[in-house]
Design a binder for this molecule. Structure first.
Ligand SMILES: Cc1cc2nc3c(=O)[nH]c(=O)nc-3n(C[C@H](O)[C@H](O)[C@H](O)COP(=O)(O)OP(=O)(O)OC[C@H]3O[C@@H](n4cnc5c(N)ncnc54)[C@H](O)[C@@H]3O)c2cc1C
Length: 291
């Protein structure tokens, strides 16, 4: 199918983009890599009257490596992140997440911020961003604001981004030294969206868990964190029984939907298994955690 008619704009500044968003409101869509939007246009599931291509805005294609964070501009592709040597060294979880996205052709065009702005509940980067306590910067008519990823996702493909705002960057904090990480997922074929997935971070000090972040994805309208389960893990001696208990507690908290790809019961059960495996692998990777 072909998209419904639209007017194409290629602004060269953030200000110009915001002006267009103000002019067209909900009738406008930002085009970044087009890897999610163009299929929606072609199937006429999205029918914007204005398409605002941000690919000519300078400086949004930069990855900035700070002492304690990796900051990724709105035009940075998934492939750029995957191939960045400093990211590979300092935040290998990001590279592992990106490698699970589609195929190289998709990652050559798809952007990191586009994936986060789109917010597919089965997507890897939104889940990783939540696990890492990332923040997004959005710019609108009154200036910039920073939103924690946990507050950014409101529900299925719904975010806190207002109609006249664009996302300009995402900031991934680098976890404390010695933190172990893992991403686990089940997909029908390599490159498919995950049916279910889990991300875990674990840091151990003096033989006990000092910090942990656990995320399940593909199991609700948005990626999910489990603060009560994380709080119970902190201070405990890590091990198989503890992680199985945490995975069971998370399974109890999940309420996924049935869909054509998997039943709710399947998703809950697999989510528990993946959370346990993610915690175990993160423990193996963390300093002082190998056993
Ligand atoms: C065959 C195929 C397989 C795929 N497999 C996976 C997979 O396994 N895992 C996965 O996570 N993804 C997968 N994807 C999606 C891919 O990661 C997309 O690139 C990504 O979801 C969207 O990024 P994009 O830059 O292409 O955004 P676009 O498609 O350009 O935009 C997506 C949405 O985000 C909005 N948007 C984009 N940028 C901004 C911004 N800066 N500010 C505000 N709004 C913005 C757009 O308006 C649109 O609504 C797949 C895509 C394809 C075609």
């Amino acid at each position: 199918m072909k998209p419904a008619p639209f007017t194409y704009f290629a602004p060269t500044s953030i200000e110009e983009t915001i002006g267009l968003l103000q002019r067209y409101g909900d009738e406008a869509k930002i085009l970044a890599g087009g890897q999610s939007l163009v299929p929606l246009l072609n199937m006429r599931l999205a029918r914007p009257t204005a398409l605002i291509d941000i690919n000519r805005i300078p400086r949004l294609d930069e990855i900035v490596t700070e002492d304690d964070a990796i900051v990724v501009g709105a035009r940075v592709t998934e492939r750029q992140l995957e191939r960045h040597p400093v990211v590979a060294e300092r935040l290998p979880l990001l590279v592992a997440l990106v490698k699970l996205i589609g195929h190289p052709q998709i990652r050559n065009r798809g952007t990191v911020c586009g994936s986060i702005a789109h917010g597919d509940p089965s997507a890897e980067l939104p889940a990783g961003a939540l696990a890492l306590d990332a923040t997004v910067t959005v710019t609108g008519p009154t200036g910039e604001r920073t939103i924690a990823v946990d507050d950014f996702y409101l529900g299925y493909l719904a975010t806190a981004l207002a109609g006249d705002e664009m996302m300009t960057q995402v900031r991934f904090p680098i976890p404390a030294a010695g933190t172990g990480w893992s991403v686990q997922e089940v997909a029908r074929r390599h490159g498919d969206f995950a049916l279910v997935g889990a991300v875990a971070l674990v840091r151990v000090e003096g033989g006990r868990i000092a910090a942990t972040n656990v995320v399940s994805f593909g199991t609700g309208g948005r990626p999910l964190r489990f603060p009560e389960v994380e709080a119970k893990l902190v201070g405990s001696v890590p091990g198989e029984a503890l992680f199985s208990e945490a995975a069971e507690a998370i399974t109890e908290l999940l309420d996924p939907d049935d869909d054509v790809h998997a039943s709710a019961a399947y998703r809950r059960q697999v989510a528990g298994v993946l959370v346990r495996r993610a915690l175990e692998e993160a423990l193996r990777r963390c300093e002082g955690g190998s056993r």
